[in-house]
Design a binder for this molecule. Structure first.
Ligand code: NAP
Length: 536
């Protein structure tokens, strides 16, 4: 006998930062809500990304929820940049603190969500065969996720007889590299973190690099008790700064102008910022990476650093960032990445110059030469933002498929709603600023805005809310316009979708910054939810 579908008010898909807070908000409103989560536990990206070295690039004291003063005071971060296990522990702590687990179903990947125009309800089905219906569906699936990893379009992976793993789907039990010949493909934020850790135990490590990244030192360290106390005492101010900053970071605006300081002074300051580490390394000058002269100075500084750290000039030349302007691809943080290439058992191969042709049973072929490999690590990124939506069978009015609507590129109103998909709301969806910011800060905004919208429907007795086609078209176009003059146009990247063969080159992120996005969303609310249609 088949189990009948559970009848709910709301369904949330995913139990990462977004799903956890969304469930809390919906329960506060008294809505019967269930979260479906593919993993065995909470965490989302921080559940699946347990590859060696996985660590956050934002500082722990602001890579967290700000909605609860109690949680801010009760949780204590141990390091400047938290590692994956600590973030996973934090998200478990919040889940239990708010008693959310009882409304979460784990090991349950949502495969479809179908809207019924007569009943005005969604039916959601999971990989387990379980079904539930609800008036609202909120996607909390993230933009860089295990469901939509980007496997390199290199033939022969099925021939390879060794072990291979994508970093975004890392096995929970870990991988033992000791005594093995390891190959890493991909040198974005992920590969850069994994390489130094893998090198610690591997017998030999070959890094296959296509594009050299611009990399800054994290200068990670444990946090002292005094520092933690000071942060906790200042949380109200930090929260205000996070909410009013372009990138959702509580940093002050750059204090110096490149044009106004001497070259010697610029070098001294850049060195000082480099030694302090973190994302602030490139937030030194007011001109930022958009100004060619400032950028050239900073790019040369980075290249000089590589040459001074990496002793072998051949390796250094391969690793030096070049061929595209700094900032056109995401800048990464490292801990001992360049230093790792001074180890005799670690090599780097330039696969831009000579591309990988295929995998063999025993290794990787580059220019007719086989590199023997026992374990292959694919740090090759994601089919970002639209990818996770297109992996699910989401059908709105008249059976229209969201996967097809997103085929030609990202589209959504305010990066949170889709025309023709009533009561379907997306946290950090396509055309949203989240992935250009400190992500939890954007998530917190989206969750609160979506909760307000749902509350408005409940109070006013509206059964259905959806954006107009016109509003969605305009926001979609604005997203592209904002990217036109940005440095991102000057390289291929996941932000442009141009890392995935065949994906349309359309910018996936609204580039106005979190502070402006908050203002725009508030204007929409204040104008009686301009751009939305409500039906009773
Ligand atoms: P990514 O930035 O897309 O990097 C993928 C890497 O794989 C690139 O070096 C790419 O080279 C390479 N690659 C892809 N296909 C290849 C092929 N066929 N042959 C050779 N190389 C190939 O992915 P990611 O490193 O996983 O990072 C994705 C995003 O996740 C980051 O930008 C960041 O937003 C987030 N992230 C954050 C953290 C953190 O906070 N610490 C850590 C990890 C990731 P090309 O550049 O030439 O395409």
């Amino acid at each position: 006998m088949t189990k009948s579908a559970e009848e709910l008010d709301a369904i949330v898909i995913g139990a990462g930062f977004s799903g956890i807070y969304m469930l809390h908000k919906l329960r506060e409103m008294g809505l019967r809500t269930r979260v479906f989560e593919a993993g065995e536990g909470v965490g989302g990206a921080w559940y699946w990304n347990r590859y060696p070295g996985a660590r956050c690039d934002s500082e722990s004291y602001f890579y967290c929820f700000f909605f609860s003063d109690e949680i801010l005071q009760e949780w204590t971060w141990s390091e400047r940049f938290p590692a994956q296990p600590e973030i996973e522990r934090y998200l478990n702590f919040v889940t239990d603190r708010l008693d959310l687990r009882k409304d979460m179903t784990f090991n349950s990947r949502v495969t479809s969500a179908v809207y019924d125009e007569e009943t005005k309800r969604w039916t959601v089905e999971a990989s387990t065969g379980e079904k539930a219906t609800a008036r609202y569906v909120v996607t909390a699936i993230g933009g860089l996720t295990s469901t939509a990893t980007n496997l390199p379009n290199i033939p022969g992976i099925e021939d390879f007889k060794g072990e291979w793993y994508h970093t975004g789907n890392w096995p929970k039990e870990g991988v033992d590299f000791s005594g093995k010949r390891v190959g890493v493909i991909g040198t974005g934020s992920t590969g850069i973190q994994a390489v130094p850790e893998i090198a610690k135990t591997a017998k030999h490590l070959t890094v296959f690099q296509r594009t050299p990244a611009y990399i800054m030192p994290a200068k990670n360290h444990p946090l002292s008790e005094e520092y933690v106390e000071e942060v906790k005492a200042n949380y109200p101010e930090i929260k205000e700064k996070v909410r009013s900053h372009w990138g959702g970071q509580p940093y002050d605006a750059p204090a110096y102008s490149f044009k106004e300081v001497s070259l010697d002074e610029a070098e001294r300051l850049q060195e000082e910022y480099w030694n302090n580490g973190g994302l602030r390394v490139i937030q030194l000058f007011k001109e930022g990476t958009q100004d060619p002269a400032t950028r050239e100075f900073t790019e040369n500084f980075f290249r000089e650093k590589v040459r001074s750290i990496v002793k072998d000039p051949v390796k250094a030349e391969i690793l030096e960032p070049k061929g595209y302007p700094m900032g056109a691809k995401r800048i990464a943080l490292d801990t001992n990445y360049y230093e790792t290439f001074n180890l005799p058992h670690v090599d780097v191969v330039n696969v831009k110059k000579t591309p990988i042709t295929n995998f063999t049973e025993t290794g990787v072929m580059v220019g007719g030469k086989e590199y023997p490999i026992d374990i292959l690590v694919l740090a090759t990124g994601y089919d970002a933002v639209t990818g996770p939506f297109r992996k699910m069978d989401i059908r709105g009015r008249g059976g229209i498929k969201l996967a097809e609507r997103l085929e030609d590129g990202p589209r959504a109103y305010l990066g949170m709603s889709f025309a023709g998909f009533p009561n379907l709301l997306a946290i950090s969806g396509p055309c949203n600023p989240a992935l250009s910011t400190n992500v939890p800060a954007s998530i917190e905004h989206d969750v609160e805005w979506i909760a307000d919208l749902i509350e408005h429907c409940e109070k006013e007795g509206f059964a259905v809310v959806e954006p107009t086609q016109e509003a969605e078209d305009e926001w979609t176009e604005e997203t592209q316009t904002k990217a036109v003059n940005s440095v991102f146009t000057e390289a291929d990247s996941w932000q442009f979708g141009s890392n995935v063969p065949g994906k349309p080159r359309r910018f996936l992120i609204w580039l106005g910054g979190l502070h402006k996005f908050r203002e725009r969303c508030k204007e929409v609310t204040d104008a009686d939810y301009a751009g939305f249609k409500f039906t009773r």
